[in-house]
Design a protein around this ligand. Structure first.
Ligand code: SF4
Ligand code: SF4
Length: 332
């Protein structure tokens, strides 16, 4: 029996209930053969590898710093572009869940800017899923490595169904700051990356949240808000939503407006490539491919906002600041 257990905090949000949200818009609408194939691979092959034998002989580390270094180097060998470590707190856990591990090793892998030159598009949708799969592989391999050292651990796959909220873990692990669009912006990679983690109870040294002035920059830049086809990104911060990790009031994306657009337009993603941060390394895509500096954003009439998802199944912040003419359609 584990001798440590941590439950979600009173304020933790429920995990995103995809089926409840999809049922509000008449079911899943994105049909792309490559995407379906990747999803099948994740659910039918990768999920089975979440568990495995633990070496009965434990490797001991000289210090928490040594443990942290060994694990970070391995994570990068397995394909992570960024790695950070933090302690798990109750607010990092989804409502109704609990964990028996003390630390999270957060891993990030970037998506290719050149695949987001037109958004929403089939190409950008496939790139999102491609990285869910490759980062999933990285996370699984790191978990296998940790078990080979004699420690139990748990995989928090980037695609979801996890116990932990990826964003607060990424912020605490020093990945970047929270942008107006609700995603983490890394000072070098920008927002165009995905996150997953492995959780375990190895005593490791932790990283710290960073303050690189990105959140402050969002206060004057509104590119993502201007280009969001569903008008889901806010003009102002919301003091009632609490502070982010560096003490700024949060920006609250209206998930009830984003979701129907996202779910019927190739996972949308427009707010990520239009973000001005460095993910395009001045239009050279980190790998030398010449690209456009800004993507072409396809604006289409957004579908009706989704307001019918039960309160206890909403991920968070749905309908904050909804205009009166739209809220009048609410069932309450
Ligand atoms: S994913 Fe699309 S609809 Fe959702 S917030 Fe970003 S730009 Fe707006
Ligand atoms: S586009 Fe501008 S406002 Fe939006 S998240 Fe990026 S930097 Fe912040």
């Amino acid at each position: 029996m584990p001798n440590f257990s941590l439950k979600a905090s009173e304020t933790s949000p429920p995990a995103f209930n995809w089926e409840a949200w999809y049922s509000q818009i008449g079911g899943r609408k994105i049909k792309i053969e490559e995407v379906d194939q990747i999803l099948k691979e994740i659910y039918e092959v990768q999920y089975k590898r979440f568990e495995g034998p633990v070496n009965p002989f434990k490797t001991l580390f000289d210090s928490p710093e040594a443990a942290s270094n060994i694990i970070k180097v391995k994570a990068q060998e397995f394909g992570a572009d960024i790695v950070g470590i933090c302690k798990i707190e109750a607010t990092d856990i989804y409502k109704g869940k609990q964990v028996t591990e003390t630390h999270a090793i957060a891993l990030g892998q970037r998506m290719l800017w050149r695949k987001f030159q037109v958004v929403p598009s089939q190409e950008s949708a496939i790139e999102c899923l491609r990285v869910y799969h490759t980062l999933g592989e990285t996370v699984i391999q790191l978990a296998e490595f940790i078990r080979s050292l004699g420690y139990t651990c748990k995989v928090e796959h980037p695609i979801g169904d996890s116990d932990l909220l990826h964003i607060p873990i990424g912020l605490k692990a020093g990945f970047g700051e929270l942008g107006r669009h609700g995603s983490i912006i890394h000072p070098k990679l920008g927002p165009l990356f995905r996150m997953g983690s492995v959780i375990c109870s190895i005593e490791m040294s932790c990283d710290q949240p960073i303050n690189a002035g990105i959140g402050k920059f969002c206060d004057i830049c509104k590119a993502c808000r201007i280009y969001c086809p569903a008008k889901a990104i806010p003009d102002h911060r919301s003091p009632e939503a609490g502070k982010d990790h560096i003490g700024l009031d949060r920006y609250v994306v209206d998930t009830g407006k984003c979701f129907p657009y996202f779910a019927s337009h190739y996972y949308c993603s427009a707010c990520l490539p239009v973000c001005v941060y460095n993910h395009k390394e001045w239009a050279r895509d980190f790998e030398g491919f010449q690209t456009k500096l800004f993507p072409e954003v396809i604006f289409e009439n957004p579908p009706e906002p989704t307001d019918g998802v039960a309160e206890n199944l909403r991920h968070e912040y749905n309908r904050v600041h909804r205009e009166p003419k739209v809220t009048s359609k609410n069932p309450e």
